[in-house]
Ligand binder design. Sequence first.
Ligand SMILES: Cc1ncc(COP(=O)(O)O)c(C=O)c1O
Length: 419
Amino acid sequence: MAASTNSFLVGNQTQIPSLKPKPISQSFLHLTKPTTTTTRTKPVSIRCASTATVGSDPRVTNFAAGPAALPENVLLRAQSELYNWRGSGMSVMEMSHRGKEFLSIIQKAESDLRQLLQIPSEYSVLFLQGGATTQFAALPLNLCKPDDPVDYVVTGSWGDKAFKEAQKYCDPKVVWSGKAEKYTKVPSFDGFEQNPDAKYLHICANETIHGVEFKDYPVPKNPNGFLIADMSSNFCSKPVDVSKFGVIYAGAQKNVGPSGVTIVIIRKDLIGNARDVTPVMLDYKIHDENSSLYNTPPCFGIYMCGLVFDDLLAQGGLEEVEKKNQRKAKILYDAIDESRGFFRCPVEKSVRSLMNVPFTLEKPELEAEFIKEAAKEKMVQLKGHRSVGGMRASIYNAMPLAGVEKLVAFMKEFQARHA
Ligand SMILES: Cc1ncc(COP(=O)(O)O)c(C=O)c1O
């Protein structure tokens, strides 16, 4: 039986509410100011790129920078558990975040992440919200006073955004910027002057837009200072010595899960110094004391991250994951470098990102065609960021080798047709 607009379907039965609700437009009338003009809203439709459904495989090869592709086995597992999580009779989205089911989910996620990154016990792991962008403010609010000097190395747009946000809360200085060279480099660590009193030194470990990645990490000049890294776009893509950092933070939506979860790994002695004005949701101490459950966390996102961590461990951990990432990146960069200038990657070779590969065409007028034809082959999201143009292939952990091989074969074929 079809349900009418004012009835609810429960199981197979239609229940008629005892009080018939007013049509929405009427029941909200008392909340809006009387007005003489009427605004007509156009109906909004949800769109889908038609190429995705062509052919027998319903999935595309997704080179998006984030939200990005997730491992297929993780998606299928989530699908199989969606309706009834492990016999609990409900989905993860419907559980109490304080119930034993969800507690087991978040605890396992943390424990697997600790194992993956070999996180020392002196560090807390927090599952937060608000994206890495929120951390740009949370860091200075928690870690320094308004007059404190802090240092930022700016190797791309994200480092620059972090610096600009910090200007509201402390006294940051850009100790090195790659802007003049269009963010294609990482400085040598003795090539910039750190403030010996800086409370911390901030880097963006992988610049998602420009494709510049730190292969090693600078040591803060201040013996009491510490290093902070935004690892949003290379988190869990390779082993990292966490003990070199005071804070590592990352949005999940590139390598480890859906958007909505931000992971902060912080040395415990740095927690508990938030300024009085710090909003409760930005105070690391509050989240640490409450095991990331001070308020309702992004439960489903944390569950998905947990499935990804489990999968990364099953692959043999981050050493193995790094090997796969190196192999994928090598065949793509080789294809660019061996194209005799038809394709170009502007980034200095020694600091090219394993995750985000920006490239341009010698004949820029062909770029739109390249992207269009690739989409016809079900390779999507290859357009470079609007601020830099060109193309960008993001090849995070979940991108299979076959996906990169398909792109490389297409690039060669495209070149043969247009060179
Ligand atoms: C390196 C880096 N930092 C920060 C951000 C901002 O993340 P969010 O949009 O989750 O706030 C991004 C987003 O793409 C990023 O790539």
